[in-house]
Design a protein around this ligand. Structure first.
Ligand code: SAM
Length: 291
């Protein structure tokens, strides 16, 4: 159960999609002054080294953040979309020298965006990851605004919604290491929506041939429809090589998306396909339904 370590995947194309969407959600929700509570149900270690350790072994960042950063460096005259620039600014903020040595995970990306009135709640179940996360979060100036839970977020999320301010964003980013994660994700989401229907929920998912994975977007759409919620689905495929074991595509499903998100992704996704795509199999999907 504890074989998944996000450091292997830090800075991959899937992280890029997830973190671009995450930043846009927070920016929109912070347009209002009211306090915002952000819950990251699957936090990971918070920040990762790209130059040694697991990331250096897997080299997933090569096809992700390194490729994007190299492209931007070599094409400085090319106009890049706002959401990609804002994402790159969050990554370079963790890298004082020009070389990319660190990749911030969702806890760091969110923490750096917190205003004094906002709160961040982080769940992490892995005993080694929670220790790393605790250590990393302690270094953040925002650490007093952050609560850490060494707990199973699938069973604990319901206790935290709705947040006192009734303004909340929930990022649900399981490892899907265990196929039960698909089932737990659905029941957790159903329960959270029945308590806090107006919250914004962002769910990351891998696109794999396994049955549970292929069925997930449809099931999420059905949950949104049953709760009369608007939704948006954004997928990025960087290659289409049957039989290849590395992750080739992933998606973000957002319930109660801000109206601005679709426009931002309409610009960003074709650019990501162009920069991160290999061969002709690269493509994106962008769908949304208003409640
Ligand atoms: N959200 C992180 C980011 O974007 O940087 C990456 C998180 S990683 C995909 C998933 C994490 O969830 C892993 O660190 C794993 O140990 C943790 N995890 C797995 N099951 C969990 C559960 N039931 N509750 C809380 N954390 C869990």
């Amino acid at each position: 159960m504890f074989s998944y370590r996000h450091a292997f995947h830090a800075g991959s194309h899937a992280d890029i999609l997830k973190h671009i969407v995450l930043i846009q959600l927070i920016r929109y929700l912070q347009e209002k002054e009211g306090a915002l509570t952000i819950i990251d149900t699957h936090a990971g270690a918070g920040i990762y080294s790209l130059s040694d350790g697991f990331a250096a072994v897997s080299k997933e960042a090569e096809g992700g953040i390194f490729r994007l950063s190299r492209y931007l460096h070599n094409n400085q005259q090319t106009e890049i979309t706002d959401s990609i620039s804002e994402y790159m600014a969050a990554i370079t903020a963790e890298n004082p020298s020009e070389e990319l040595a660190f990749y911030p995970g969702s806890p760091f990306i969110i923490a750096k965006m917190l205003r004094p009135q906002d709160r961040l709640k982080l769940f992490e179940l892995h005993p080694k990851e929670i220790d790393l996360l605790r250590h990393n979060v302690q270094q953040l100036p925002q650490n007093k605004q952050i609560d850490l839970y060494h707990a199973d977020s699938f069973s604990r999320l319901k206790g935290l919604v709705p947040p006192p301010s009734r303004r909340g964003l929930v990022l649900i980013d399981p490892s899907y290491e265990d196929k039960q994660d698909y089932r737990y994700l659905e029941s957790t989401l159903e329960e959270a929506l029945s308590r806090f229907a107006t919250g914004c929920y962002a769910i990351w998912y891998p696109i794999l041939s396994r049955r549970e994975s292929a069925a997930l977007p449809d099931r999420l759409q059905k949950i949104a429809a049953a709760h009369k919620r608007s939704w948006l689905q954004a997928e990025l495929r960087v290659e289409s090589s049957p039989g290849e074991r590395r992750l080739q595509a992933s998606g973000m499903f957002v319930l109660n998306p801000p109206w601005t998100l679709e426009g931002k992704l309409k610009e960003a996704l074709p650019a990501l396909v162009k920069v991160l795509g290999h061969h002709s199999g690269a493509e994106f999907v962008l769908k949304s339904v208003e409640a």
